[in-house]
Ligand binder design. Structure first.
Ligand SMILES: [Fe+2]
Ligand SMILES: [Fe+2]
Length: 257
């Protein structure tokens, strides 16, 4: 089974790039398309309307991260959006779900969304939450992939190795910069520290540089805008052995439209 996972979709340029990426992935035989949508609406957050658009484009499931609540309507609507998930290790009482199972023919792929704690918010432990969910899914999924939305490479490395052999893949999101360390770990978990983003290349992680650099120069608040110009597609294609739920390979995709 092939899963194409696309890094954070940034604004309209990201949505346009994603459309190209999904077509290419499907033509290469991808059975599942999973995307991180936390920046899809104006570069920060996700509206239910944009979620719908991304699903119509061919995404099977949308994961998110620390920007999930930036568009206020998402907090009210996420409960009714069964193909949009938010990090599972948010405190009890937070709306939405932290994992979902999607099907292609009879194959059941579970996707778990987790958020890191190093340089991030005060969410619960992603390691213990992963243990708990993976245990609960033992009879309900043929393979599990984890989107670990986190800042620190060390925390992402650690979770990948911690889950080696228990998940088909652990892929990092959030930094918007693709790393070149994709590999299958010794016990069959495909891993990459960060998938990268789908969005404007000539930008500061997707945002127009002239709206970002003044903040570094002056420390004053500035309003970020989504960058323009060329857009790129960042993704990975994971090949999962359907009989074992472990991965055979992970291939990094990185091209500019
Ligand atoms: Fe992001
Ligand atoms: Fe993020």
């Amino acid at each position: 089974m092939k899963v194409a996972f696309f890094g954070d979709i940034v604004g309209k340029p990201g949505r346009t790039a994603l459309e190209d990426g999904i077509k290419a992935a499907r033509s290469e035989g991808a059975d599942f398309i999973v995307i991180n949508g936390e920046n899809a609406s104006g570069g920060i957050g996700l509206t239910p309307e944009n979620a719908d658009q991304l699903l119509k484009m061919g995404a099977d499931l949308i994961t998110t991260g620390n920007h999930v609540w930036n568009k206020k309507e998402m907090a009210d609507r996420i409960v009714s959006l069964d193909r949009v998930i938010r990090p599972a290790n948010y405190p009890p009482g937070v709306p939405g779900r932290g994992f979902a199972v999607v099907r292609s023919n009879s194959f059941r792929l579970a996707v778990i969304n987790l958020q890191g704690r190093v340089f991030m918010g005060g969410n619960d432990c992603p390691f213990r939450k992963a243990d708990e969910i993976i245990e609960s899914l033992s009879k309900d999924a043929d393979a599990i992939i984890v989107d670990f939305h986190a800042e620190a490479t060390s925390e992402k490395n650690a979770l990948g190795i911690y889950l080696d052999g228990r998940a088909a893949a652990v892929v990092g999101t959030h930094t918007h910069v693709q790393t070149a360390d994709e590999r299958v770990l010794p016990n069959g978990t495909a891993y990459i520290t960060d998938v990268g983003m789908c969005g404007p290349v000539d930008s500061v992680i997707g945002m127009e540089s002239s709206t970002v650099i003044p903040r570094f120069l002056t420390g004053m608040p500035t309003k970020f805008e989504v960058g323009g110009g060329r857009a790129m597609v960042n993704a990975v294609i994971i090949d999962i052995d359907h009989s074992t739920g472990k991965s055979r390979s992970i291939e990094r995709i990185n091209y500019t439209l």
